[in-house]
Every structure is written in C-alpha cells, then in structure tokens.
Design a protein around this ligand. Structure first.
Ligand code: ATP
Ligand code: MG
Length: 564
C-alpha cells in the first residue's frame, strides 16, 4: 500500500464514512474500484483509485479490484493486465480481493429469475428502436410495452430459452417492471438482460445473454459486501435503480452509492473511446505514448506515482461538478517531487562545439559535481573536462540583444563546476555562414567555477566534454492539444483538429555526460537548466533515449504569484 503521509484533507465522503463507523453501521469499510477492461487507465481513474484504496487504507478496511466485464465485445486480457500493473504502480494493493463481474453471471441469472418470480421483470419483444420510442421523454411519460403483462410462467419460460440460445440477438430482452411514467427515465422499465452472440474473453461461449450495467453493478457490490460504492456523478440518476434492484430482491447487503465529481484535466481528453481513437488512428505511438493521460503514458513520461497521488489528494473531492483541473498544477506538483529526488546531470540537447585554445590538448580534469543540491545525501560525482566541450547552441549568440547574459564574442561566462571562459573567436562555414564552433580562453585561476578575484559573471552554462560525451536521443514532449478543452469543438471540426503538431520533437545527437550512458530505463534526472527527463525503454546500451518529463519553467508557480 502507498505509504501513509499522515492525515489527508478530509472530504464529504470521508465524513459520511466516519459517521457510519461512529454510529456502528459498519465495522469495516469495504470499497471497490470497478474498471471496465476496455482500455487503459488514465489519470481520472487515478482519482477514483486513490479515493477508494485510500479510504480502505485509512479506515483499516479493504478495497476490491473488480473487473466490470459485462460487455463481451470490447474487452480484453491485455487491458486487464495493464490495469493491474497500473494500480500496483500507483502504490495500491487489492491483496486477495480481485474479482470479476463475469464470475457472478450465474448468481446474477438467479437474481433475474427471482425478479421474474416476484413479478418485477418481464421478457419484452419490442425492438431496441421501439423500446426507445416507448420510453417517452423528460417531459412526457412513456408507454407500457404490450408484453409487460405476460404471466410469470411465460416470462420464466422465455427467459430460460433466451439463456439457452433459442432467440436471435436483438429479438428479446428482459426488462424490469417499474413505472413507465417515472420522472427518472432510468426507472422506465429498464433493460436488465440482452442477447449478445459474442464470445466473452473469460467465459467464452458459455453465455449468450449478458446483464446490463445497472443490474450487474449493484448486485456485484452486494455480493462482495461493499459498504460504500463510490462512483462518478453520471451515475447519480442511476442511484434510484441501484437501490430499487437491491430493495425488491431483498438482498442482505445493501451498499450505499455515493457520487463525486469526475476529474477532468486541461489540454487533454479522458474518454476511453477518444483515447482508443488516438491509438487506433496512429496519432500517438500507443496507449503508453508519453503524451497520453493514461497512467502508462505518464509513467513512461517520467511521472512518479507519488506526484499523482499527491495531486489527487490536493485537488480534493467535489460533491457536484468540480472545476477542470489545470495540467499546470499537476506539473507543478510533479516538479516539487522530482526536485527532491532526481539526480542532476549535464546534457547538451542541441550541441555547439566550444574549443579552449589555451587548454592543453589531451589533458583531462575531473570536476566534482553535486548530484542534488536539495539533497546532500545524494552525494557527488566526477565530471570529466577537456579542451573541447559542447555547449547548447542557444547559449551562444554572435550578435546578442541587451538581456542576453550567455556567451557572445568578448563575453565571459562560467562553465558550471569548471572554469570561467571568454569567447575570442567564432568559426564559421565560409559558404553558408553557419557557426561551426566558438573559441575561448579560460582563466586557470577559476578552477571549479569561482574566480580568485571574486569578479562576477552573469551567465553559467552547462557543458559536456566532447571526448567523453555519450550520444543519445531526446524526445521533447509537450501537451497533446493546443486547446484547453479539445472537446469544445467548432462546427464541422473534430477534437483531433486541435492536436499540437509540435507535441513531440525528436533530437538526435544530443551530447550527454558519461554518467548517463548506463542509466536504467525509468530512471529520472534533472538536466541542468532544462528540465526533468526520464530514460525511455527504447534505450539501448550506450545509446540512451530520454523523454522530457516536464521543463523546469513552472507556469503554475507564475500564475499563483500573479494571481496572489
Ligand atoms: P468511459 O471512458 O468509457 O466512460 P469510464 O471512464 O467510466 O469509461 P470505467 O472503467 O467504467 O471507465 O471506470 C472505472 C471507475 O473509474 C469508475 O468507478 C469511474 O467512476 C471511475 N472514473 C472514470 N473516469 C473518472 C474520472 N475522470 N474521474 C474520476 N473517476 C473516474
Ligand atoms: Mg464506466
């Protein structure tokens, strides 16, 4: 289980649970996280996971992982495996409490038979289209199905034959018999079972009828002894039905459904259908593309589970529709976390050669560099230095504007941890004018980066010794969309219209300090002056690939300062 960092901000659900425990309504709190295995988990799911597992942990209860696999067509074991991996990665553990709604098919079928026997369900021969037409609207009551008053015997017979596979898909359904004039449309004789001639990834061809979500979900909760069934707001209108099934079936355990506002995040989409579209159309490299809001994407991008949990805690829990969370806030929390734990390193992403004309050829010095100024226990490492080093192309300008404090002809800057150097000459391609190298002299008295006379230099540059550099690739990721809410589309456009073509920029030939050569996939670094980077699984020995996790510049901190 994720480590306990002390009391978490309370919220209305925790208050309800504390009251229930104080009143002795329950001795143990039992929650569940019920993903449908039809896609990868995203950061919205993380909110539900942190809530459900966090409550179980904090109140000494338990949280079940239940695959809500009642839709045979779209589900897959690949998704199940990814969901388990992601929940574990977030830091939670369901122990032995792994369940599948499909394991309850027989029980659910028996419950359906009971519904029929007590006159609360009937087999309906209307077509799906007719059922829709009979349903009425928010302002008009629905009409009763002509099959509504079939006898219990006839219903039992027909339903058993539905199960036996005697009827065509779509020809009949089982419906609850509630009230066609109910103001809540979900209560107008909702469908309970439908015929689907589709192979289920776990039960194979054993079933050709499948329960609807509203029926399967409340009963799965009840079967598992869930005390608090926490779900997102779109299920608020389903709660009367949730309670109706459990009431008329007189089950022993009647969990309490409580709804909360779902998490939405700026500059991304969270619907699994839309994420699947991005994957299937090849717009991203896969579910774990580092630009995706999926947990596997965020992991590959370099996000830490700690930062995601902290974010979920800090954004709090709204009872009603909450504000859309700002991705800059998530990034801010991630920086806070990485700042404390990511070792520093020097990497030149767009290299320009700098030659120290007055430094002996073949000489190598090693400079001591701290691994993390925020964490002295992280220690130091040795960084080799020689006559030729790479600096960032953007750190040199031949004709600099006023506020440019980096290297320019005649200017002195500090090479971090090494020497003060002064630019003496620019070497250019005579034909194209392209800058090939800059030449400098160094102040031997400034070894380690501090001059003897204490003179001030404004610019400090990172660098990598050319003779020792490891070449690597950097994948600079940005936000996938240019629009804060990509679903707010202009007429005739699709959300994909707002994809940012520069959300991925790949740089080859980056020059990295030698300590990065063997960095293990998944490890995270702060590249000085640039940002946090994470080693991608595509790395090969001696050929690392780094993903930009998040740049150093914190737009959230700036917003906060301005806004006061
Ligand atoms: P879809 O994208 O198809 O609507 P879903 O996101 O609801 O599906 P599920 O697998 O049914 O996917 O979700 C599992 C659980 O995660 C549900 O209890 C759901 O309420 C919760 N959940 C899903 N999205 C969010 C979100 N954005 N914020 C908070 N909780 C969420
Ligand atoms: Mg759902």
């Amino acid at each position: 289980m994720a480590e306990d960092r002390g009391p978490r901000p309370t919220n209305f659900i925790r208050e309800i649970i504390e009251r229930d425990l104080a009143e002795g309504k329950h001795k143990t709190v039992v929650t569940r996280f019920p993903p449908e295995p039809n896609g990868y988990l995203h950061i919205g799911h993380a909110k539900a996971i942190c809530l459900n597992f966090g409550i179980a942990r904090d109140y000494g209860g338990r949280c079940h992982l239940r695959f809500d696999d009642t839709n045979p067509a779209k589900e897959d074991v690949e998704y199940e495996e990814s969901i388990k991996r992601d929940v574990r990665w977030l830091g939670f553990d369901w122990g032995e409490h792994l369940y599948y709604a499909s394991d309850y098919y027989e029980k659910l079928y028996q419950y359906a038979l009971r519904l029929i026997r007590i006159g609360k369900a009937f087999v309906c021969d209307l077509s799906p289209e007719e059922i829709r037409l009979y349903r009425g609207t928010l302002t008009e009551p629905g009409r009763e199905s002509p099959y509504r008053n079939r006898s219990v015997e006839e219903n039992l017979d027909l339903f058993q034959r539905m199960r036996a596979g005697e009827f065509e898909e779509g020809s009949r359904v089982l419906r609850a018999r509630i009230d066609m004039a109910h103001p809540n449309l979900n209560m107008r004789d909702p469908v309970v079972y439908r015929i689907r001639r589709e192979r289920h990834h776990r039960t194979g061809n054993e079933w050709c009828i499948y329960p609807m979500y509203d029926f399967a979900h409340c009963l799965s909760d009840s079967i598992e002894g869930i005390t608090h069934s926490l779900c997102t707001l779109e299920f608020e209108d389903h709660r009367p039905l949730y309670d109706w099934f459990l009431d008329v079936l007189e089950v022993e355990c009647h969990p309490r459904q409580i709804e909360f506002a779902r998490l939405d995040l700026t500059y991304t989409v969270m619907s699994k259908r839309k994420l699947l579209q991005l994957v299937e159309e090849g717009i991203v490299a896969g579910w774990d593309d580092p630009r995706m809001p999926t947990l596997s994407g965020l992991r590959r991008r370099g996000y830490t589970p700690e930062a995601i949990r902290e974010f979920c805690d800090r954004i709090g829990l709204a009872r009603k529709r909450g504000a859309v969370a700002d991705v800059a806030y998530l990034e801010h929390i991630l920086r806070e976390d990485l700042n404390k734990r990511a070792p520093r390193a020097m990497a030149v992403l767009r290299p320009l050669k700098l030659v120290l004309d007055d430094y002996p050829e073949g000489k190598v010095e090693e400079f001591e560099a701290e691994n993390n100024p925020e964490d002295p226990s992280a220690g130091t490492r040795k960084v080799p230095f020689s006559r030729e080093v790479y600096i960032e192309r953007g750190d040199f300008m031949e004709d600099p504007p006023k506020k440019f404090f980096r290297l320019a002809p005649g200017r002195e800057v500090r090479l971090k941890h090494a020497y003060l150097v002064t630019c003496t000459e620019v070497e250019k391609d005579p034909d194209t004018g392209e800058i090939l190298a800059v030449h400098c002299t160094h102040d031997p008295e400034s070894r380690g980066g501090s001059p003897k006379d204490g003179r001030r230099v404004k610019g400090t540059l990172h660098w990598v010794s050319a003779a020792h550099a490891v070449q690597g690739e950097a994948r600079l990721y940005g936000r996938l969309f240019t629009k804060e809410n990509p679903l707010d589309v202009e007429e005739g456009k699709e959300f994909t219209h707002y994809l940012d073509p520069e959300s991925l920029v790949v740089l080859q030939g980056c020059m990295l300090e030698p300590s990065l050569a063997e960095a293990a996939p998944g490890s995270r670094f702060q590249f000085l002056r640039q940002g946090y980077f994470c080693v991608d699984p595509d790395s090969r020995p001696g050929r690392p690939v780094f993903n930009l996790t998040v740049p150093l510049k914190d737009s959230w901190a700036k917003i906060q300062k301005k806004g006061g």
